[in-house]
Design a protein around this ligand. Structure first.
Ligand SMILES: [Cu+2]
Length: 339
């Protein structure tokens, strides 16, 4: 192969070409630049040393990215495997919802890893190697059928499990063990036990105020139906540990839902709908107790006892006579300073 450049050929073929020294130098410079662009980078790109450096740089970038994702989420190692879902929950429904979430996250990860692998494989395998346009592929019927059918299958499976579990979660038993009417108002709660009347036929209830957190006492392993109604604006009944919330509407709307609590203990409850100035302080406590403790509590309330007295009758004492998961808010009505 001849190493002579085009300029050399012109100069040697035409001694009287008439080019000045400057023009000849300029042409040689341009020719050199074009030759560098067309062949120089490709030769460099294909050297083993350059390939190793590129691979090391990519590995470093991937490692840094993974470290950033893990550290910036602020999750503990345990939480990583919940994929953003709160732990288990305390009702029979919450475990099923948790299982569905984990299953969906794993399925999404499998699809995601497959797609990422395909993308990176294409990026590396078919990277640009020259100016020549690679073969263009289109109208590949099997591949296009796969593109159409695979997402449909994924959606169908997710829809099936969502419909089954949602229907089960929303089911209202015909004869629940306990029915509780929940009344939400700015900015507190009243819980009234249907069919349980105190002195004078007044329904047994617990109610909150500016300086008292209402305690909603429920028995474990019994079906409980909640009937939700608001006196003023839209609120939302939410106990994070039951992994469920439902809006509470004023007017003629009475929303219902049913749960069976499986673990005793105190759990904070909140309003989850922005309902006004003190919305964030509209809390209550769900106190899940044994059926025996529940019976003692209701019996004491029916006898006209206060909620702390009834909790004492159920075996609680000290600070457990009041809510332990949240405290009444400070209204600061007398203060003229910003809070
Ligand atoms: Cu509210």
């Amino acid at each position: 192969m001849c190493d002579s450049s085009s300029v050399d050929l012109v100069v040697s073929a035409c001694p009287g070409h008439g080019l000045s020294n400057d023009a000849e130098a300029l042409l040689r410079r341009q020719e050199h630049v074009v030759a560098e662009r067309l062949s120089g980078p490709d030769r460099q790109r294909n050297t083993p040393v350059r390939r190793r450096r590129t691979a090391a740089r990519l590995l470093g970038l991937a490692g840094t990215g993974i470290a950033l994702v893990v550290s910036l989420t602020g999750c503990s190692v345990d939480d990583i495997f919940y994929f953003g879902w709160p732990k288990g929950g305390i009702t029979q429904h919450s475990q099923r919802m948790f299982d569905m979430w984990i299953g969906s996250a794993i399925a999404a990860l499998v699809v995601g890893v497959f797609v990422w692998a395909l993308i990176f494989w294409c990026v590396v395998r078919y990277r640009k190697r020259g100016e020549e346009l690679p073969p263009q592929t289109r109208y590949n019927l099997p591949i296009e059928l796969l593109y159409s059918v695979a997402p449909f299958l994924v959606i169908s499976v997710l829809f099936y499990y969502t419909a089954i579990i949602q229907t089960d979660v929303n089911k209202i038993p015909e004869n629940p063990d306990v029915t509780i009417s929940v009344t939400a108002f700015k900015w507190n709660w009243e819980f009234s036990y249907d069919g349980q009347n105190g002195p004078g036929g007044v329904p047994v209830s617990t109610v909150g105020s500016s300086d008292y957190i209402p305690v909603l006492v429920v028995p474990v392993n019994k079906t409980i139906v909640f009937k939700l109604h608001a006196e003023d604006v839209i609120h939302s009944f939410w106990v994070p540990e039951i992994l469920f919330k439902r809006d509470v509407f004023p007017g003629n709307v009475v929303n219902k839902f049913a749960i069976t609590v499986e673990q005793t203990g105190p759990y904070v409850g909140r309003c989850a709908e922005l309902c006004g100035t003190y919305h964030s302080m509209m809390n209550f406590e769900l106190r899940a107790v044994t059926p025996e403790q529940y019976e003692k509590f209701i019996t004491a309330k029916k006898a006209g006892k206060t909620t702390p007295e009834a909790l004492a009758a159920a075996g609680f004492s000290g600070k457990d006579l009041y809510a332990t998961t949240t405290v009444p808010f400070e209204t600061k009505r007398d203060a003229n300073t910003a809070s």
